[in-house]
Design a protein around this ligand. Structure first.
Ligand SMILES: [Zn+2]
Length: 233
């Protein structure tokens, strides 16, 4: 029987790690193929252990400035929406009170929420066999040890430092004992697969029905003319 895997993504860690992945390809910026990321990880694990791995869910934990702040969060909300609707992630997004950041522990929200979710699911009968953690933060060590004591296996996803070396001990889970069951997957080793390749294709405008060439892959497509009209309203 295939091992059931849940991917747990620390959105903050993934965001910080992107530049190292980009650097590996000699590029400053590109888009990560979020729809593909969980599959790349589960397939890499399956190949490494020579067992079938069935990806049952992807959980994404992130933050957003609170609606009371003056930050324009529409882009961020659209991104989280995209993760839910187009990539089929389950997202848990916490509103942070940016204006009153001092002394608050909002940065702890992601690790606490992620670790709680991982432990909760570990206690559910047959929810998963393997937790794939997309973060290399040492703060996860106690939760990972508990999950493993509950008979679950753990795959850590890390990233090399900018010189291609192993991450710094003391902050990283790599090389730590009793936190994982497999060699770490290094995201930068999969940089080429992680890069989103946008394909040109013909789509039909939802408003006027006209066909147009586009790289837009989202659910609803509007042609350039209709988008222009909308903007001018
Ligand atoms: Zn149109």
């Amino acid at each position: 029987m295939a091992l059931k895997a849940i991917v747990f993504i620390d959105g903050s860690w993934l965001y910080r790690s992107r530049s190292t992945v980009f650097a590996k390809l000699g590029e400053e910026n590109f888009e990560v193929d979020y729809a593909r990321l969980p599959r790349i990880l589960s397939e890499t694990l399956a190949n490494a252990i020579d067992e079938d791995v069935s990806l049952v869910r992807t959980m994404y934990f992130g933050t957003i400035p609170s609606s009371r702040s003056s930050f324009n969060t529409s882009k961020q909300r659209a991104f989280y929406d995209f993760l839910e609707k187009s990539c089929h992630y389950d997202t848990e997004i916490h509103e942070v009170d940016v204006g009153h950041a001092e002394g608050r522990s909002d940065d702890m929200w992601i690790p606490m929420a992620l670790a709680s979710s991982m432990l909760f699911s570990a206690a559910m009968p047959s929810a998963y066999d393997v937790a794939i953690l997309v973060s290399d933060d040492l703060a996860y060590a106690p939760a990972l040890r508990c999950v493993r004591r509950m008979g679950k296996r753990v795959q850590v996803v890390s990233i090399h430092d900018t010189d291609g070396g192993l991450p710094l001990p003391g902050t990283s889970l790599v090389g730590k004992v009793r936190v994982s069951d497999f060699d770490p997957i290094f995201l930068d080793d999969h940089a080429a697969e992680l890069k989103l390749v946008r394909e040109m294709r013909t789509r039909i405008c939802k408003q006027c029905g006209r066909e147009e060439e586009t790289t837009w892959a989202g659910p609803d497509f509007f042609c350039s003319e209709c988008r222009g009209k909308y903007r001018n309203v």
